[in-house]
Design a protein around this ligand. Structure first.
Ligand code: FE2
Ligand code: FE2
Length: 196
């Protein structure tokens, strides 16, 4: 297939072809929302950043043992350009891929991927169960409690922040701001949303 710029609709369809797990889809939408927020903030290509965020874990549900290795095949087969594929793979740098994030979009993805998990876990601890009223300080508190959301790789987030020259507090605030724009879709709108 010839290479072409993927649309958001195409990315969503591809994601749904390979993912049925609600939690994974919500994670994808969370990362998309934060990537869009960051692109807007930095004056970058919001559409591209969002799409890369949306499909970054494309292969994870069907090929967990080959995470970051199957996605390039799937994306290339769908005719996606190399820069999208490079970006998707680089989120697993040092974990499931040897491809280092180089473009600023890739560094942002690397830094915020795990952080969305910590924000979600911290939001669900609140009486509101919402990302809409959480403060960066409550996420920071949970950051220090390594037993809380222990699966969230804090070293990766720190490495990502260092790559960007960003401070952790700012990154947490931006991740919350991005997730808020998709609160309903990611199931973190609060008590009015159905429990998931
Ligand atoms: Fe991943
Ligand atoms: Fe992810």
């Amino acid at each position: 297939m010839e290479t072409h710029i993927p649309t958001r609709a195409e990315a969503w369809e591809l994601l749904n072809q390979h993912n049925a797990n609600d939690g994974l889809l919500k994670h994808a939408l969370s990362v998309e929302a934060v990537m869009r927020h960051m692109a807007r903030k930095l004056g970058e290509d919001e559409q591209m950043w969002g799409i890369v965020g949306l499909v970054h874990d494309l292969d994870y549900e069907r090929f967990p043992e080959q995470h970051c290795r199957k996605s390039p095949e799937l994306l290339a087969a769908a005719g996606w350009p190399g820069e999208y594929i490079h970006a998707v793979v680089s989120h697993g740098w040092g974990l499931c891929a040897e491809v280092e994030p180089t473009h600023v979009m890739e560094k942002v993805l690397y830094a915020i991927d795990e952080l969305t998990g910590l924000v979600k876990a911290a939001a669900l601890m609140r009486p509101s169960r919402s990302v809409l009223d959480i403060e960066p300080s409550s996420v920071k508190k949970k950051w220090k409690d390594r037993k809380f959301a222990a699966g969230v790789n804090r070293e990766v987030i720190e490495k990502g922040a260092a790559m960007l020259g960003a401070d952790l507090d700012g990154l947490i605030a931006d991740t919350i701001a991005g997730m808020r724009t998709a609160a309903k879709q990611i199931g973190l709108e609060g008590t009015t949303a159905p429990a998931s």
